[in-house]
Design a protein. Structure first.
Lengths: 388, 323
């Protein structure tokens, strides 16, 4: 006996009811998420299944919407920086950079040399931690438990190092308009110099044990094809589009900061499948290490923040500005409109995860449920970034 | 009325088996967690008791203290029958496993057949659990469990049949007696392919990684036991571990010489060999990713089954020629 007599009439919410309208005869509507182990947070996907084959799917967003853009309109320029640490908890420093970069571009502020280097070093370290987190979690999605523990071992090392210049381990908000909040010390440099060869020596082990594993390869090779035109249609960026063969990296395409001084490559794969995206991210470890090595060698002495850096009551000139950086997930950018008051008139955050997620519905169509999990994981989604 | 002595023996053995299954589950959970911990560069359970040795006991207590929940719209009879049904056949399986010439609960001439027949009942429990709990994930898990178990039973049977051909008996004690004390006198030397097929199939039969698709938690949240709480889940859990012990014990009997070993024959050799196999299973689980469902069935129908048939025919042929 059911305790809810009207249960038959009210099944599912607005999204489910809407989705059910297009359902085929005899198919199974399945609600995946918002509390599902492999949607990594609170992403919800409605699936229409025939057996285990996906006929149709529809991501539902908004379970982690925190109104960051609206909050920007009521906060001062300096006061909004902590929000940027919370948009994407996996890789917050590019978001920091995108916002302070936009404000600097708007006000024409020059950043001291040392601060630029600290920005590059911390951001690249953050990129490595983010990719390590993704790598462990992706293998976890595919059913292997152990690699995430190894990934977290190295991630922990970097987080311990990053504590000094950022003051926190997860939601970094250490960049300031006109520089950075804290300097790095010799201990930090030494730790980083020890980390680089250690991490480099671990990468072949990961390749042998995980990437070349036959089960893993069968699970990700030729799964979830995303041809270049499809990536372009949805505005995919970052490792997703690089895994489809286009060497599009904001660090090269629209150079910012001092990235033009470093010698690094943009890894691409033209297989367009989950394995392509996987290999791009693994190759980016090496490129980030190269940038780190060069930056650590070149870093000059000097101030870490401009003279008379903006106070909370600071007012930038009127105008609008757009500034993009390369985050771990792709093009991370901020569009800012200033009306000359203490707080921005409008802040638009362009999250790469949002565009990358929109490829999912098309790529997952016709695949198995297990493949959909592999495709979803290969997009490297961070849900708070998608919802903002 | 006189109670037959055989019946008393079976009842005593059943009670002993129940205690043994419970103990084994505790031991295996502890071993698995500790072993997994060391594979993953962490110590594993460490807080409760020295080196966390009481942890599984406390976990069991915690499970018992939980509320038994049944979802709305679930079929009450099937829902509660399933965990019990998954546990009972396993107890019977233990009955006819010969730990040593003396430590055999019930020596039957068709011991092997009995084990294979009752091992097949487990899949019914999984099906009922998935179907009865009125949950779509559970249903998907149950569907996977059925097609996987049915598929993997066939190569398993064929591999076992090759041994039965060779020894000419289905009595487990006699199969062990047909092997010698030293490793080169064991059946695994004569039937290496059958052993490999058997070992791969038991991974599929007991739903262990990399073939743990019915409960694949990154795809199906928890598969067939999604809706089970407390000891409902606990019984499935115990049955899974008990099943692992059974299939590894059978492997020990069929391929690794049972209680026979170098220098001193006895139950210790049986336990040692069984636990080595169990450790291999645990090791596989914490190392490999999960295969996809179509790949799982392809491995079975395209590789294991033809190989098992070829092995069986080869065995039969050689038996005919040399016998």
């Amino acid at each position: 006996m059911t305790r809810y007599p009207n249960m038959e009439q009210v099944t599912g919410d607005f999204y489910t009811q809407n989705f059910e309208k297009g359902a085929r005869e005899g198919s199974l509507i399945l609600n995946m998420g918002p509390q599902h182990p492999s949607t990594h947070g609170v992403l919800r996907i409605i699936l229409e299944l025939d057996g285990e084959y996906i006929l149709r799917c529809d991501p539902v967003l908004g379970y982690l919407h925190r109104m960051h853009e609206k909050m920007g309109e009521s906060k001062t320029y300096r006061g909004f920086i902590p929000n940027m640490g919370r948009v994407d908890y996996g890789c917050p420093l590019p978001w920091n950079w995108a916002f302070v970069g936009a404000v600097e571009k708007l006000a024409g502020i020059e950043v001291p040399e040392r601060a630029e280097y600290i920005r590059v070093i911390t951001t690249e370290m953050n990129r490595i931690t983010s990719h390590l987190l993704w790598w462990g979690a992706y293998i976890l999605d595919l059913g292997a438990f152990t690699p995430i523990m190894y990934a977290f071992d190295e991630r922990e090392w970097l987080l311990d190092l990053l504590q000094t210049p950022t003051g926190s381990r997860l939601t970094y908000s250490s960049f300031r308009v006109g520089g950075v909040g804290h300097d790095i010390d010799d201990k930090f440099i030494e730790g980083l110099k020890a980390f680089i060869p250690y991490f480099r020596s671990r990468l072949p082990m990961y390749k042998d044990l995980v990437t070349d594993n036959i089960i893993l390869r069968k699970r990700v090779e030729d799964i979830g094809p995303m041809p270049l035109d499809m990536c372009r249609r949805y505005g995919a960026t970052g490792p997703v589009i690089r895994g489809s063969g286009l060497a599009y990296d904001i660090r090269r395409a629209e150079p910012y900061g001092i990235y033009d001084r470093f010698d690094f490559e943009i890894p691409t794969q033209d297989t367009c499948c989950c394995m392509g995206r996987y290999k791009v991210r693994l190759a980016e470890f090496e490129q980030s290490l190269r940038i780190l090595e060069q930056a650590v060698d070149q870093i000059p002495d000097g101030p870490i923040i401009m003279d008379k850096a903006p106070k909370p009551s600071w007012k930038p000139p009127k105008g609008e500005v757009y500034f993009a950086v390369e985050g771990a997930r792709g093009k991370t950018s901020v569009y800012l409109v200033s009306d000359g008051t203490k707080s921005p008139y409008r802040v638009k955050l362009r999250a790469p995860g949002f565009s990358n997620l929109s490829l999912f519905a098309e790529a997952a169509q016709g695949t198995l449920l297990a493949d959909a999990v592999a495709i979803l994981g290969s997009l490297d989604l961070i849900i708070p970034e998608i919802d903002r | 009325m006189k109670i037959p002595i055989e019946l008393i023996r079976i009842v005593v053995a059943l009670v002993a088996v129940m205690a043994w299954v419970g103990l084994n589950a505790l031991l295996l959970v502890y071993c698995e967690r500790k072993y997994a911990g060391h594979i993953q560069r962490r110590p594993g359970p460490f807080e409760v008791g020295p080196h966390g040795i009481i942890q599984p006991l406390i976990d069991g207590l915690k499970l018992m203290a939980k509320q038994l929940l049944m979802p709305d719209g679930a079929d009450a009879i099937l829902f509660w029958l399933a965990p019990i049904l998954s546990m009972i056949p396993v107890l019977l399986l233990f009955l006819c496993i010969p730990y040593s010439p003396l430590l055999t609960g019930w020596e039957v001439n068709l011991g092997l057949l009995l084990i294979l027949a009752f091992a097949g009942l487990n899949v019914l429990a999984l099906l009922l659990a998935g179907w009865g709990s009125n949950n779509k994930w559970g249903l998907l898990g149950a569907a996977r469990a059925v097609s996987q178990s049915v598929a993997y039973e066939i190569p398993l049977l064929l591999a076992v049949l090759a041994i039965a051909f060779q020894t000419g008996t289905l009595n487990l004690t006699e199969i062990v007696n047909g092997q010698g004390s030293w490793p080169w006198q064991w059946n695994i030397i004569v039937q290496p392919l059958a052993f490999l097929i058997y070992f791969t199939s038991i991974l599929g039969e007991t739903n262990r990684a990399p073939f743990d698709l019915p409960e694949a938690e990154s795809e199906l949240t928890a598969g067939f036991h999604t809706e089970y709480s407390s000891m409902g889940f606990g019984l499935f859990f115990m049955a899974e571990y008990a099943n692992m012990v059974v299939v590894c014990s059978v492997a020990t009997v069929l391929f690794l010489g049972g209680w026979k070993g170098p220098f001193f024959d006895g139950w210790w050799w049986f336990l040692a060999k069984t636990y080595v196999l169990l450790f291999v299973m645990i090791w596989l689980r914490w190392t490999y990713p999960r295969v996809r469902f179509d790949q799982l069935l392809n491995i079975n129908w395209k590789w294991l089954l033809p190989l098992a048939v070829a092995n069986l025919l080869g065995t039969a042929f050689l038996m005919k020629v040399f016998a």
